[in-house]
Design a protein around this ligand. Structure first.
Ligand SMILES: Cc1cc2nc3c(=O)[nH]c(=O)nc-3n(C[C@H](O)[C@H](O)[C@H](O)COP(=O)(O)O)c2cc1C
Length: 167
């Protein structure tokens, strides 16, 4: 395989940017920027997220059995960069961001435009990222979009010419 062709072609896949959060109930709170996310079924509503197998966030999601995907608005590029780094919980905030506990126990970021809460159904452990399949069991819209919902959210291409996670 031509490595450059593989990289360029895989980078043609468009991605949204999300903050994945989880709380394992034992003091472990995760918040990580992720892009490898998609819906995979209507009934029940299922989503998948590919999680870095050696990340702290992945360990916490496995322990929690639940997670939330917090959607970011077009103007929230700064939040995406904040959660590329390991999350720090202090003074009731995650890396300086206010949150509340959702129905599943997963943290919901106050400033996100919307969020879904998911229960982990199964995990596919292949490669350096493992595919976590979750059933959407709760949804929250904090800032209702005025037009198409997918026009309102932050995308990988909004992060600049040199930011990729794929290839
Ligand atoms: C542009 C970009 C996209 C990312 N997408 C993902 C992703 O889809 N899945 C993932 O597990 N990590 C992804 N990461 C890495 C996580 O953001 C990073 O590992 C995490 O925030 C660090 O926290 P932790 O290792 O303590 O969990 C991405 C990083 C960048 C820079």
């Amino acid at each position: 395989m031509n490595a450059d062709a593989k990289k360029t072609t895989l980078r043609m896949i468009p991605y949204g940017i999300y903050i994945l959060t989880a709380d394992d109930g034992k003091g472990g709170i995760a918040a990580a920027t992720v892009n490898w996310v998609t819906q995979t079924a209507f009934g029940p509503p299922l989503v998948v997220v590919a999680m870095k197998a050696d990340s702290g966030a992945y360990q916490i999601v496995k322990g929690a059995g639940t997670f939330a995907l917090n959607m970011l608005g077009k103007d929230q590029k700064g939040l995406a960069f904040t959660f590329f780094k390991p999350a720090v919980v202090a003074e009731g905030k995650i890396s300086g961001q206010a949150y509340r506990i959702g129905e599943t126990g997963a943290p919901i970021l106050t400033d996100a435009v919307a969020a879904v809460e998911c229960r982990v159904k199964t995990i596919i452990g292949e490669g350096d990222h493992h595919v976590v399949l979750g059933e959407v069991v709760e949804a929250h819209v904090m800032k209702p979009p005025s037009g198409r919902p997918d026009n309102a959210i932050l995308e990988m291409k909004d992060l600049g010419d040199n930011v990729f996670y794929g290839g």
